[in-house]
Every structure is written in C-alpha cells, then in structure tokens.
Ligand binder design. Structure first.
Ligand code: BGC
Length: 342
C-alpha cells in the first residue's frame, strides 16, 4: 500500500521491490495492518513525508507479522509473532534519542515508519532491526495488531504516574474521552491499574457502550457530573479538551493524546486557566508515540487482557483485495484491520 505524501487520494496497491536488507536483519511476513486516523490524514495529503530521495511512501504503522528469517543471535526465531517499532531515533542524536527515548525526541529529526521519511509495514514482507521489533504472546493472534496503539497509551499512563508522584498519589476516578481504539486501550490499562474508569463518547449505540461495560468501566455520553482525578483525552476535539481541563478535580492530571481538531477552534480564557492551574496544582500535558519500554508494557497489558474482548475491538477485518474499504470510515467501526494473511 503506497501513497505520495502531500498528494490527496494517491493511495494505491502496487507491486514494489522487496524491502532492502538495510532496513534490518529480521525478515517478517505481514499478517495484518491496523488502520487509524493518522493513515486517513496521510491519505488526505495533510501529513506524512516520503523517505529521502523518494516521492512514494509505503503506508502502515500498526503492524503484525510473523518472522520468516532471523539471525541466530537476534533474539527472534522463525514463527515468532512480532510488531515493528514505528519511530526511529534522529541521526544527531539528541539526548533522548541517544538513550532510546525516541518518543521524546528533542529536534524533530526522528523518522516514523509508514508516516515520516521511512517506509511502513503495509507490504507483504518487511525488515526490521531486532532492537526495533517486539515479540508478542502468540495466543493474541490477530489482536496483536493492537500493540502499536496500545504502546502509545502505555506511555501516557507511565507519564501520568510519574507526574502523580510529585505528591501523595491516590487517584480514584479516571475519565477517558473518546471510545475509539485509543480510548478503549486507555481504559483497559486504567482498569488493569485498579482505577475506577469512566469513558465518555458521543455514540449512544454501536459496539462502544458494551465494549466499555465489558471492561468493568462506566459509559457516559456526556461529561460526567463528578470531577475526575485523571483525564485521558483521546479525541483531540477542542471543546472536549477544554471540558477536560475545566471539569477535572483540583490537583488533577489531564493527558492529551488526540490530534486532528485543528479545524474546530475552541477558545478559553488564559487568565482563568492560569488561576486554576496555579491555585489547584493542575497539570495538563501532551504525549505522542512510544519507546521500546512502552511497547513491552503494552505487550504485557494485551497478554493480560481478555482476548475475546480484544477481538471485539477489531470490528472490521478487510481482506487485502478489498483494501479500499479498509480506509473508509463506517458507522460502528472501532478498529479496522487490513488482513494480508490468516
Ligand atoms: C502513531 C504514533 C506517531 C503519531 C505521530 C500515531 O498515529 O501511533 O506512533 O508518533 O501518529 O506521527
């Protein structure tokens, strides 16, 4: 699956040469690719960059593959179920990238497979270096494709906890806004951490309310009446971001993970925001991407989850020959997956 970044609707299924050896010593065959909002932004031409010297980008950053060839000392073996790491460190490298914390890259010169200057995984066979590959529990099967989005939430929760340790930390209620795959994985990890989880989404029907309830969390179609101690905002919708900041408890932590709301302006009064953030020790922070530590944390979270529930999060499985349908957004969709091989 390829496209020309910056050129709307150039998405195509093409025959291309096999992944160059330089991409890594481990060779994997693609089982499935997850589709997310970032892919749609890439397709609309709003985001993304081709590898240097090329105009075409291979799409796909949410991967699931099976190893078909790996060096003996790589830690991987033929048959392993694996997921490729999306972001690679910048070449300088900055202090964070030098330490393997490429998710916190300081100079913006990182690359991201399937997104920014590096070919992605939506290709029959791909390569990766062992240090940019994560083995997953084989019992997860197709649900392993949820690892990459889950890694982003594993990072979000790690940072929430680290910020929480600034004082005695005993959060009670946490709210997730948005019950898409990102919000559901945020809720899953919150439940696993023993928190009372609430999820808000505008959908009154479809699969989302049940998916939330099956986790043991409470589903809301409006901002709840109580003030949450933690909000994980997963929509990027400015009015909801403003509500998350204004409606959370004193001393709360609001974690912003969503994107794509730039076209919907929301204004708020900076003086009021400042007053409440200072007088009530509030934190609002943003987070993106994940490093290897977070991929491993996400792999543990998925392994511990109810696998039947994870399967239900994947609401559409589209065979490769119907690839166009995988990139359409349909009512009732939670996670759509492009299946290369069963
Ligand atoms: C991906 C992240 C990536 C971000 C920004 C998200 O869709 O999951 O890995 O860092 O887009 O490009």
């Amino acid at each position: 699956m390829t496209l020309t970044p910056g050129k709307p609707h150039s998405l195509a299924l093409e025959d291309i040469e096999d992944s160059p050896r330089g991409q890594g010593s481990v060779l994997a065959r693609t089982l499935a690719i997850g589709v997310c909002g970032t892919d749609r932004e890439l397709i609309e031409g709003a985001y993304g960059e081709a590898p240097p010297g090329h105009t075409r980008l291979v799409l796909g950053h949410e991967s699931l593959g099976r190893v078909i060839n790996a060096p003996a000392d790589s830690g991987f073996a033929t048959g392993d179920l694996v997921v490729g790491v999306v972001r690679h460190p910048d070449p300088v490298p900055c202090t964070n990238c030098a330490l393997g914390e490429w998710d916190m890259c300081r100079n913006g010169r990182y690359t991201e497979r399937g997104i920014k200057q590096a070919d992605g995984f939506a290709v029959e066979r791909w390569r990766a270096e062992p240090g940019f590959l994560v083995k997953i529990d084989p019992r997860l099967g197709l649900a392993g494709v949820l690892l990459e989005p889950t890694s982003v939430l594993a990072k979000a929760w790690e940072h929430i906890e680290r910020i929480g340790l600034r004082s005695r930390w005993a959060p009670q209620h946490a709210l997730v806004t948005g019950a898409g795959p990102v919000g559901l994985m945020a809720a899953l990890i919150g439940v696993q951490h023993g928190l009372e989880m609430h999820v808000m989404d505008h959908n009154e029907d479809g699969p989302k309310p049940d998916l939330v309830r099956e986790l043991g969390a409470t589903y809301h179609t409006r901002f709840p009446a109580f003030e949450p101690d933690i909000v994980v905002e997963c929509t990027g919708f400015p009015p909801l971001v403003a509500q998350a900041v204004a409606g959370s408890a004193p001393g709360s932590i609001v974690c912003l993970t969503g994107l794509g709301g730039a076209q919907h302006a929301a204004t708020f009064d900076v003086a009021t925001l400042n007053q409440s953030m200072v007088l009530e020790n509030r934190v609002v922070f943003g987070t993106v991407n994940a490093n290897l530590r977070h991929y491993h944390a996400a792999a543990r979270a998925l392994a511990r989850a109810d696998h039947a529930w994870l399967e239900r999060v994947i609401t559409r499985r589209v065979p490769l020959e119907d690839w166009r349908q995988a990139y359409e957004k349909r009512d009732g969709d939670v996670k759509t997956v492009l299946v290369f091989e069963d």
